[in-house]
Design a binder for this molecule. Structure first.
Ligand SMILES: C[S@@+](CC[C@H](N)C(=O)[O-])C[C@H]1O[C@@H](n2cnc3c(N)ncnc32)[C@H](O)[C@@H]1O
Length: 303
């Protein structure tokens, strides 16, 4: 990430959610509360300019501009972000394996509203958001500006995970317990961290009693040339990521991810990419034909 600057990819996703929230074909995937928190994040980050992002999905011409941009970067990207978030939320809130969770640790949360919503709706669940200090500054300021009362179960911890071990971070927290059933979530984060750091993060599950820790994360598969593959048209996306010093560092196939998890003595879960999510969530045959990035997978593991 650029020194002294919030993550450009977190801001990009936030702008994408704002666009989708007013796009007639996508807005059904953006619940009101998500839209509200996201708009607050954008207002905090961009001030008055956020009005442009907030309305980018509303008008025909701005939609056309956004659709052209999306086609040149990664077709179906905006829909993909929405479905990725829907799937992750579904795994956390409805999969029986994760019932009775007492703590959730969200790594690299960016603008994502899931942690805030869970902390409001489930007061007995402790929510820890760990993010790069420059990105988390925005969320802290947003909470300060808009939230009269912040739940006692919500903790924001600014940390550069490339430089500090997750275990050391959690050990310093008074409110965190290594005995409680805990979910770790890393959505759109691991591809930016060295694989060694990723393994170190996954190993956090070793500190918990058996079946009490799980890790939901996303990863990229390699393209034919071995480089991380997100979508069929990523050369512009790669330029954007390089310019913003957020290059994609590594990529593995689903079988390699399972092998890695087993070598760490964890039980791997299933894997879904953009195409799977489209089949699962989209019923309209017209929308079924839309292209969607298929190089990123969501998966999970239990200790
Ligand atoms: C692509 S954004 C994903 C944001 C969010 N999880 C989502 O999917 O909407 C990447 C996130 O990872 C965080 N991040 C990147 N490198 C990091 C590091 N070394 N330490 C902590 N957080 C990091 C950024 O601050 C940003 O919030």
């Amino acid at each position: 990430m650029k020194a002294n600057k919030a993550s450009s990819t977190a801001l990009f996703i936030s702008r994408s959610i704002a666009y989708s929230s007013k796009n007639p074909n996508l807005k059904y995937f953006v619940p009101d509360k998500v839209k509200e928190i996201n708009e607050r994040f954008l207002k905090t980050a961009f001030g008055w300019k956020s009005i442009v992002f907030k309305n980018s999905g509303k008008y025909f011409l701005s939609r056309l501009l956004m659709q052209t941009f999306e086609k040149t970067v990664a077709p179906g990207l905006n829909l993909y972000f929405l479905l990725r978030k829907k799937k992750i939320e579904e795994i956390i809130l409805t999969n029986n394996l994760f019932s009775n969770t007492e703590q959730i640790v969200i790594l690299g949360a960016g603008a994502d509203s899931l942690g805030l919503r869970i902390s409001e709706e489930m007061r007995s669940m402790k929510v820890f958001e760990i993010d790069h200090p420059e990105t988390q500054k925005i969320k802290q300021k947003m909470l300060h500006n808009y939230q009269k009362e912040i739940g006692k179960n919500l903790f924001l911890i600014p940390v550069d995970l490339a430089h500090k071990k997750l275990h050391a971070v959690l050990e310093e927290l008074e409110n965190f317990s290594f005995d409680k059933k805990t979910i770790f979530l890393a959505e759109g984060l691991f591809m930016y961290l060295p694989l060694e750091v990723v393994k170190e993060n996954l190993k956090i599950m070793n500190y918990f009693p058996k079946n009490k820790a799980s890790f939901i994360f996303t990863y990229l598969i390699p393209a034919k040339n071995g480089k991380p593959f997100f979508s069929s048209q990523t050369f512009l996306a790669n330029i954007f990521l390089k310019l913003n010093k957020e290059p994609l560092i590594w990529a593995l196939n689903p079988e390699e991810i399972d092998g890695l998890l087993r070598s760490l003595k964890f039980s791997p879960g299933d894997h879904s990419n953009g195409e799977d999510l489209k089949k699962y969530y989209i019923t309209d045959p017209k929308q079924q034909k839309l292209q969607i990035p298929s190089g990123e997978y969501i998966t999970w593991a239990i200790n």
